[in-house]
Design a protein around this ligand. Structure first.
Ligand code: AMP
Ligand code: GLY
Length: 421
């Protein structure tokens, strides 16, 4: 079987790495890929949103199945195009991907499906939002409606932070609609479900660390680390989340004639107080893809054959697969470049990856890396590497990950030291 993976991050590196290990998969390509992906897949210089060129290469190379990593490709309509030409693909249609690309739409579907979520209002103008914020006061959470790589959300706990949020929302972000939502306290968990439109299979739950600095301080980022399986929830709680927060969405999307196929990622806020669970759990958001960096921690633990799962999602396999997981825990630590997430430094040399990959039970996935004219590995800005450690428990897996992280050098790098602690 020949597979194309679309994207260029550490998530896509983890997907390619896992597929390349399968004896059922004879060829893995990745577009546009990165310097690390080139070690386990053929890298094709086609951008993730160049959907017509991607279809052409799939037809030329006789690729059996395409797996979409990033939301931008989904929003560009890759799945609609491929399915209209009979090309098997893992991902939701553009209409179903609205669950991620429009926060207002996601809220509307959650309410229609009876999913527990924070109460909210949608504001269409700046005046409306200002009036609402003046009335409600802090704490309040403001979310730009469209895709913003995790940077369009403002958690306002101090009223003085309203004004800078308005400046961002109506300045660089150019928000049209803004969702203003009740503030929820607790810990976050990422529950990802493989879906084929009718039915779903839970992946092992994970959690990520969205803030830049230790102790959940600093700005929101795309994600600075992850742990799988997340010790934050029990198996019974995951079942409740499946029943109450994922299955009803599938049913509602099918009812709307936009069935959801692909990976449905429910981001939840879970009360710290166990007595308030499961009823106090709330969905914060849906993503319509595998999470990054959750995917890196999840796929390093996947023991069963990935092609069966992917074919089932794409509708080319009827029999529902059973997933099996390695017993180890995985901890993923992200190395971001100097200045992330604001201004990012590019072209800085990365040293030591060759040593880090030798640490037993460690795996290094590349995100924005490249090779310069001197043949040296360099950062291309943003999140640069994801380092995963596996171990019998969270503590040992984080020790493996940080041992490998500490062998890597990148000037001014940003790394959290508290992942998994
Ligand atoms: P989202 O993109 O909607 O997941 O929001 C990004 C991050 O903002 C989440 O991972 C949370 O850390 C935080 N957040 C979002 N909504 C809320 C909320 N209602 N209450 C508290 N924090 C939130
Ligand atoms: N880790 C959060 C995300 O992928 O959006």
């Amino acid at each position: 079987m020949k597979v194309l993976v679309v994207g260029s991050g550490a998530r896509e590196h983890a997907i390619c790495w896992r597929l390349a290990m399968s004896r059922h998969i004879t060829y893995v390509a990745c577009a546009p890929g990165n310097a690390g992906i080139a070690t386990c897949a053929e890298v094709l210089p086609i951008g993730a949103t160049a959907v017509n060129d991607l279809l052409k290469i799939v037809q030329e190379k006789g690729i059996d199945l395409t797996v979409v990593g990033p939301e931008v490709a989904l929003e560009a309509g890759i799945v609609d195009l491929f399915e209209s030409r009979g090309a098997a693909i893992v991902g939701p249609s553009k209409a179903a991907a609205l669950l991620e690309s429009s926060k207002a739409f996601a809220k509307e579907v959650m309410v229609a499906a009876g999913v527990p979520t924070a109460s909210y209002d949608v504001c269409s103008t700046q005046e409306e939002l200002r009036a609402l914020c003046a009335r409600k006061g802090a704490p309040l959470v403001l979310k730009a409606d469209g895709l913003a790589s995790g940077k369009g959300v403002f958690v306002i706990t101090d009223p003085k932070d309203f004004e800078p949020a308005f400046e961002m929302l109506y300045g660089p972000i150019r928000a049209e609609k803004v969702v203003a939502e009740e503030f929820l306290d607790g810990v976050e968990v990422s529950c990802i479900f493989a879906c084929n439109g009718d039915d779903l299979i839970p992946l092992a739950p994970a959690h990520d660390y969205k803030r830049l600095r230790d102790n959940d301080e600093g700005p929101n980022t795309g994600g600075m680390g992850s742990v799988c399986p997340s010790p934050r929830i029990t198996g019974a709680e995951l079942e409740w989340i499946q029943e109450r927060c994922a299955a009803p969405i599938l049913k509602e999307m099918k009812r709307r004639a936009t069935p959801f196929k692909g990976f449905l990622y429910a981001g939840l806020m879970v009360p710290r107080d166990r007595a308030r669970r499961p009823e106090g759990m709330r969905v914060l958001e849906y993503n319509t893809r595998l999470g990054d960096p959750e995917c890196q921690a999840i796929l390093t633990r996947l023991a069963s054959e990935p092609h069966e799962l992917l074919e089932w999602i794409a509708g080319v396999r009827k029999e529902k697969p059973t997933l099996t997981w390695r017993s180890e825990v995985s901890t993923c630590v992200v190395i971001a470049s100097n200045g992330y997430p604001e201004g990012v430094s590019k072209g800085d040399e990365i040293v030591g990856v060759d040593l880090a990959v030798l640490v037993p039970s460690a795996v290094v996935f590349h995100a924005s890396t490249g090779v310069n004219e001197k043949g040296k590995l360099v950062s291309q800005g943003g999140r640069t590497l994801s380092v995963v450690g596996l171990g019998p428990n969270v503590e040992s897996s984080r020790q493996v990950a940080y041992k490998a992280v500490d062998l890597i050098q990148l000037k001014g790098r940003r790394v959290r030291r508290d992942i998994g602690s």
